[in-house]
Design a protein around this ligand. Structure first.
Ligand code: F0G
Length: 462
């Protein structure tokens, strides 16, 4: 149970934030064509766009940055980084990367050897989807049925549908499945965790059929925290032990360190497979950097090495996951419909329920994002919703919206106070209370690549 105010840190350095008037905010978002990518971040006092790269670093991390060794080869920080990742994952071979998608890139390059295959996942993150497509394969999500119902509470709605995966192996044949990707926690289904039992079984099925298992570990400590709290047999294990077991079911893992490693930039790949490591290393040198820095400076490597361990601390995680639950409770108390239960990194509000008069094609979740900003200066981004996640199926050519219109209030780590979350909940309530006077949107410009619609577009109000 979250105890309000019981944070395992205190604030040493502050970053001022600016508050505009409501009229100014209305003008700012109108001038940006209702796309927050065009709004200067200084105009957004409470920014819940993402928990990626937005963490507050600790005094140990800042001190570590002063020990940065910027030698090209063999910087001392690389050895600290390598050891930290080995301890974290249990894997022998480590490759640094400048962020998660650069890590995914080398994994996808090494595993997708021919076009035409299908890469399955509990739900791929957008950049993984894009990499798989770029290499001529088809990314397919197999969430469990309960994950598609925002109102059903269950412990592990991030799980993969094992029956569907079994059927897919039979239908496609293992030679046409370059890998299974397990994302922990599952960003697409509201930050819900995957159970150890589900991961273990999915991994067994894949390995029995010669299919490589990838773990996308962007938020693996939060997932391990839920396993410890909810799954029988894990209550007495440490978060590090649980993470080690998770990685034992993977052939290769990658991580955007910008999330649960509490840094502003960084990522990595790890495996025990020597030939895979060698191949990925060669791709890394071409696209990101040498195999001992991967696009990072020595000081960044050090911050990751320290942040990885801090991210496994139980008290920190209880506060981190607790803050998400706390914001969820504040919204529930105000009658705001949220995806149940709250997950590991943010609260996802059900835009379709807040504004039932706005059809999918007119972007209800985005309308709630815009109204919340106008009312309060709080910014949250739709994720997933039809604005950025509608996709053309390469096999059928069918244009399909995602199952939800959700607005994600992602909580940066160690950044906002509980009272700022209370202010946030009031802002959402004020936006919801505007009801039917709120209108939807239509595109006036969008990027040709449909995956990039997650990031930018131009809209007008209907
Ligand atoms: N995997 C997952 C599950 C992610 O959520 C992200 C990024 C990545 C990989 C890619 O990592 O940004 O370091 O290149 N998610 C961010 C978000 C952008 O806001 O959810 P990256």
């Amino acid at each position: 149970m979250y105890i309000k105010g019981k944070a395992p840190f205190k604030i040493k350095v502050v970053e001022p934030i600016k508050w505009n008037t409501r009229a100014k905010r209305e003008q700012i978002i109108r001038d940006a064509h209702y796309c927050f990518a065009y709004v200067p971040a200084e105009e957004i006092p409470i920014n819940l766009l993402t928990d990626s790269g937005t963490s507050a670093m600790s005094q140990e991390q800042w001190a570590g940055m002063m020990r940065g060794d910027e030698s090209y080869y063999g910087a001392r920080n690389w050895y600290n980084f390598e050891k930290a990742v080995q301890d974290y994952t249990g894997f022998k071979y480590v490759l640094p990367a400048h962020q998660g998608r650069a890590a995914e890139h080398v994994v996808c390059r090494a595993l997708i050897k021919k076009p035409g295959g299908t890469a399955y996942a509990n739900a791929h993150f957008g950049t993984t989807e894009a990499h798989v497509r770029l290499l001529g394969a088809n990314p397919v999500n197999l969430p469990v049925p309960e994950a598609l119902d925002p109102e059903v509470p269950a412990d592990f709605k991030g799980n993969i549908n094992l029956e569907a995966f079994k059927k897919a192996i039979k239908e496609k044949g293992e030679d046409n499945i370059p890998f299974l990707n397990m994302v922990l926690v599952n960003n697409f289904t509201a930050g819900q965790p995957v159970s150890m039992a589900n991961l273990k079984e999915a991994s067994k099925l894949a390995r029995e059929n010669g299919i490589k298992v990838v773990v996308d570990a962007a938020r693996v400590p939060e997932n391990a925290f839920f396993i410890k709290e909810r799954e029988a047999g894990y209550g007495n294990k440490s978060i590090r032990e649980i993470c080690n077991e998770i990685f034992s079911y993977a052939d290769v893992m990658h991580m955007s360190a910008k999330k649960s490693a509490l840094v502003n930039i960084g990522g990595f790949v790890a495996t025990d497979d020597e030939s895979l490591y060698e191949e990925m290393g060669q791709w890394l040198i071409m696209f990101d950097g040498f195999i001992t820095y991967g696009g990072l400076s020595g000081r960044d490597l050090e911050a990751v090495a320290i942040g990885l361990s801090e991210g496994l601390d139980y008290d920190y995680l209880a506060h981190r996951v607790g803050q998400v639950e706390y914001l969820g409770n504040l919204l529930r108390e105000r009658g705001v419909p949220i995806y149940e239960p709250t997950g590991g990194h943010g609260v996802y509000v059900n835009g379709e329920k807040v504004y039932p008069h706005i059809p999918k094609e007119e972007f209800a979740a985005h309308a709630l994002s815009v109204e919340t900003f106008i009312e309060s200066g709080v910014y949250a981004a739709e994720n997933p919703s039809s604005l950025g996640w509608s996709r053309t199926d390469p096999e059928t050519g069918k244009y399909t919206p995602p199952p939800f219109e959700l607005l994600r209030f992602a909580i940066p780590r160690r950044v906002y106070t509980d009272s700022q979350l209370e202010y946030t909940a009031d802002g959402v309530k004020a936006a919801m209370d505007k009801g039917k006077q709120v209108k939807g949107f239509r595109f006036i410009w969008k990027p040709d690549n449909e995956f990039l619609r997650i990031f930018y577009y131009k809209l007008e109000r209907l």
